[in-house]
Design a protein around this ligand. Structure first.
Ligand SMILES: CC(C)(COP(=O)(O)OP(=O)(O)OC[C@H]1O[C@@H](n2cnc3c(N)ncnc32)[C@H](O)[C@@H]1OP(=O)(O)O)[C@@H](O)C(=O)NCCC(=O)NCCS
Length: 145
């Protein structure tokens, strides 16, 4: 069965749950810590941090920005206890639905460490095409909206 998730703003009410999301130990270096991302977002007016809700439960976190006709998802994680259950796919689908409803957006880009094979497989399965490394050595993959 396809999962349904909602993306909601991070507020004082859900901050603790977002901060408590965990990755497996071998995934810890793949994406910045959520608390760090939230701190970063306070100094970057373009950053849009979002909690990923499955019903009332928070199962993950993502952060994106919009620049002209391009949306970029640059942080994304599903809590280790909820991985491989379709929530990641549902969260990206929900983000794409949101982006498609915004006027003028044409592409969505995501970035990940090139050695992150699960992420590579995950984004490829959603139709993203790798376009090359950015200046930080992260792989950029894009999808036309
Ligand atoms: C990548 C990630 C977000 C996927 O979330 P998820 O909820 O587990 O993904 P889904 O259950 O929706 O999986 C969708 C598809 O992605 C692929 N996939 C997901 N996890 C995978 C893994 N560990 N190994 C190989 N393929 C994987 C599979 O094709 C999967 O389909 P299937 O389960 O039918 O085989 C999650 O594993 C994660 O948080 N990883 C650590 C952080 C990270 O790497 N973030 C991305 C870079 S910023």
């Amino acid at each position: 069965m396809a999962r349904t998730v909602k993306l909601r703003k991070v507020t004082a009410d859900n901050l603790q749950a977002v901060a408590g999301l965990e990755l497996a130990p071998d995934q810890a270096d793949l994406v910045a810590d959520n608390v760090y991302s939230l701190a970063e977002s306070k100094f970057d007016p373009d950053a849009r941090p979002r909690a990923i809700y499955a019903g009332k439960r928070i199962v993950g976190f993502l952060m994106y920005e919009i620049d002209g006709c391009k949306a970029t998802i640059y942080r994304f994680m599903i809590d280790r206890r909820h991985q491989r259950r379709g929530y990641g796919r549902a969260a990206v689908s929900e983000a794409l639905r949101k982006f498609r409803s915004m006027r003028g957006l044409r592409t969505v880009a995501i970035s990940y460490m090139p050695a992150n094979r699960p992420a590579r497989q995950f984004y490829a399965s959603l139709g993203f095409r790798e376009v090359g490394l950015d200046t930080d050595g992260e792989m950029i993959a894009k999808l036309k909206l």
